[in-house]
Design a protein around this ligand. Sequence first.
Ligand SMILES: [Zn+2]
Length: 346
Amino acid sequence: MSSSTPIPTDLLVPTAKGLYCERGGFFIDPRRPVARAITTHAHTDHAPPGCDQYVCTPRTADLIRSRYGPEQNFLTLEWGTQHQFGEVMVSLHPAGHIMGSAQIRIEALDGGPVWVVTGDCKDDDDPTTEAFESVPCDVLIIESTFGLPIYHWPEPETVLSQINDWWATNADQERTCVVMTYAVGKAQRLLAGLDPNIGPIGIHGALVGPTEVYRAAGIELPETIRAGRDTATELQGRGIIVCPPSAAGTPWIRRFSGKDGMETAFASGWMAVRGRQRWRGVDRGFILSDHADWNGLLNIVRNSKAKRVGVTHGSTEAFSRYLQEFEGLESFVLGDQRATSDGDDG
Ligand SMILES: [Zn+2]
């Protein structure tokens, strides 16, 4: 058998609304609004609007508030602090995905196996998020967005200097640079790596809110201007504009064109696959992901010392099978309705 179904006595069980902990009375990253959601991070596919309460880190709360408004109800937990829900203790530990992103550790008061849910995670260098922490456990639930051996990330520093070189070359030719990327997390990571000596940095309106939350949290980012009608002249030909993929090909983006036009790029883990770049219709693809690559995922599994591993998102079947056959672990697949390939959160 290639996978086994979790037994009902498990601390967490998959339901139509998402992973549920009956003994604690909460869901983890539910797909739909629920009474109590323990939220790994602020991306909307993990934090749906309308939950009665979000349990998360203070930084995740700030990001959710900036998106859904101030009236949300939060219970925030500091890193590593134990909090009792029903018959279980819960604590949050850095997942390294985006600012404030957490793994969730759950342990029943009467003992039994310790469970950890990684949420989206990575163990790469990233100055804009807390470094991934290895949390020993018996059962690990891990994402496998890039759970195939074809995914190997270059050093993030190398990629960021490639982006700066590309920008400098284009600025010399009076071509504006446009980089499309995910608005929360990846965009700020990209901004942190840009060299403001090359030219002005413009950001799309969708990035303004999250970027301010990052700055308020003390993450160092270069000066940015909101890309719009009144800043177009300043950005044309010299600037770089960071925007979500939805802005591609719109009249909004075309107004920033320099004397010699513009070049576009997409920054994502999906750029590691030949053909994706063409599919996106961009001039350049930069491999920059906020998810662990193949080796990263294996490291996280091995360091957790878990004997049982549940796999969710993306290449679940392949990754789960590898864990069974080559790592000698008990592994199962957790079904998920979320977009699993080429999502913006890559
Ligand atoms: Zn995410």
